[in-house]
Write a protein that binds this ligand. Structure first.
Ligand code: G3I
Length: 450
């Protein structure tokens, strides 16, 4: 056997030292970088719990789970501050519904603890108690629905009384119905709606005194002078507003006075006969007839049509400067499940609040089939609609209470929505289905009110 030289022996000893320090077998704790887990989306989310999930980490022996009710992890869920867990998930129970929770995880190997994982946020499902309704869940603003005098019974009656604190006539408090000829008024349908509201302690929002689309032919063909035309309009407004004084809380005095895409005043018969300032004159007529009624201007595309929005707010600012009475704006909000964006809606609403006016989401319906790609309401489109209704409620809830007037949905049941005839295609835009059953949209609305 060949004898080793002194150098060789030294070399072997040095290598063994180096290997010992690398392999960790030199008796000291192995030093290595322990990776942080990747927290994954929560699963099995219910109104009382969820399952937290995360990835495996090489060499981890266990994990430490933090669950908190705030994103900064200052308020931990009892028992979930660095809770040791050996699996890659943890079921968390006995929670409250409609509450946001946050979780993050660290890996452990011996005495080594990794950095925190990313954080995951989730909100437990909302499970209303059976006594909750839309109107008794809203402290900030009225919950309205558009209706017709021929539908005040059966399921309509039951739901109106249970869920709504405000009513808007879908078409029977417009000039072409109430004032069908120069010598006649027909208040039958309007009286039926107002009397029903009075009997049931429900607010009435009047819609709408002046609208180019509900102008009776006799007005369009009026043969008198311009002054006689103006006197006739003043007489009509005074007659109607006086009749419902103390019963109708608010009126859309003028509806949709501006053109799409240009912001110009529509060249309606009212403008032609009374001049560009006809809108201001109508607001003054209403105020003269009823010193207490709230005066609204109402229009559509107030979020998406910047030119129209600018024109309306210019008019409002002019009214404020000239002391022309106006109390609020109605954004009709005939929108889609995916449009307009929340930020754009909030920006437009803020302009109402900045002027200290009342905000009425006056004709809300949310199309789920704008591109006609559905033949029935799919679950994912229904859930998207639910989220949008919740979003709309949250936007109105977020403004100062003194500026939030009402949120009115434009109809009760899907199959009776004006949208179906207007667009000539299927859609399911409202809160109740054709069997008067609550949809996901209803629960999204209710969730937004919490
Ligand atoms: O109920 C009667 C029926 O008995 C009669 O046989 C039939 C034929 O004359 O008419 C039916 O009434 C119709 C009513 O809708 C109910 O369907 C009216 O003629 C018709 O004019 C009325 O249309 C209304 C429209 O405004 C015009 O007033 C829609 O319901 C209503 O949704 C729509 O609402 C407007 C808002 O006022 C302003 N913003 C846009 C919105 C949609 O166009």
């Amino acid at each position: 056997m060949k004898r080793l030289s002194g150098f060789s022996i030294w070399l072997l000893f040095a290598c063994s030292l180096i290997m010992a320090s690398c392999s960790g077998s030199g008796g000291s704790e192995e030093e290595f970088e322990l990776g942080a887990p990747i927290a994954k989306q929560a699963t099995d989310i219910t109104s009382s719990g969820f399952t937290a999930n995360w990835s495996r980490v090489y060499k981890a022996e266990s994990y430490l789970l933090d669950v908190a009710t705030d994103i900064d992890f200052t308020t931990f869920l009892s028992g979930y501050k660095s809770k040791a867990v050996s699996n890659l998930n943890e079921e968390i129970t006995n929670l409250d519904g409609n509450v946001s929770y946050y979780y993050r995880v660290r890996a452990v190997s011996g005495s080594i603890v990794s950095d925190n994982s990313n954080l995951i946020e989730l909100t437990t499902s909302f499970e209303p108690d059976p006594d909750q309704t839309l109107k008794n869940s809203s402290d900030n603003f009225l919950i309205g629905v558009a209706l017709q005098s021929s539908k005040l019974n059966g399921n309509y009656d039951e739901i109106y009384k249970r869920e709504f604190s405000s009513l808007t006539s879908e078409y029977e408090m417009k000039m072409n119905v109430m004032h069908p000829s120069q010598d006649s008024y027909d208040f039958g349908p309007a009286d039926a709606i107002v009397d029903y509201a009075q009997e049931n302690g429900i607010n009435v929002h009047g819609h709408s005194l002046i609208w180019h689309n509900s102008t009776p032919d006799w007005v369009t063909n009026f043969q008198g002078s311009d002054q006689e035309f103006e006197d006739m309009i003043e007489g009509y407004i005074t007659t109607v507003v006086t009749r419902y004084k103390g019963k109708v809380t608010s009126w859309d005095v003028v509806n949709e006075a501006f053109e799409d895409g240009s912001g110009n005043l529509r060249n309606s018969i009212y403008r032609q006969r009374m001049g560009d300032d006809y809108i201001a004159k109508c607001y003054q007529f209403v105020r003269a007839a009823d010193p207490d009624v709230l005066l609204f201007y109402n229009d559509y595309s107030m979020v998406s049509d910047q030119t129209k929005q600018n024109a309306v707010f210019s008019m409002v600012d002019d009214f404020i400067a000239r002391d022309i009475p106006i109390d609020g704006l109605g954004f009709q909000l005939h929108i889609q499940y995916d449009y307009p964006a929340k930020a754009d809606i909030e920006a437009a609403v803020q302009k109402v609040v900045d002027r200290d006016l009342l905000m009425h989401f006056s004709e809300l319906d949310i199309r789920v089939n704008p591109n006609n790609d559905l033949t029935s309401l799919s679950q994912d489109r229904s859930l998207a609609q639910k989220a949008k209704y919740k979003e709309m409620v949250e936007i109105l809830k977020s403004i100062p209470e003194e500026n939030a007037y009402a949120l009115t949905v434009w109809g009760l049941v899907d199959n009776e929505s004006w949208l179906i005839n207007f667009h000539g295609q299927q859609d399911w835009p409202l809160l109740f289905d054709s069997n008067f059953e609550k949809k996901d949209a209803y629960y999204g609305f209710l969730e937004g009110l919490q």
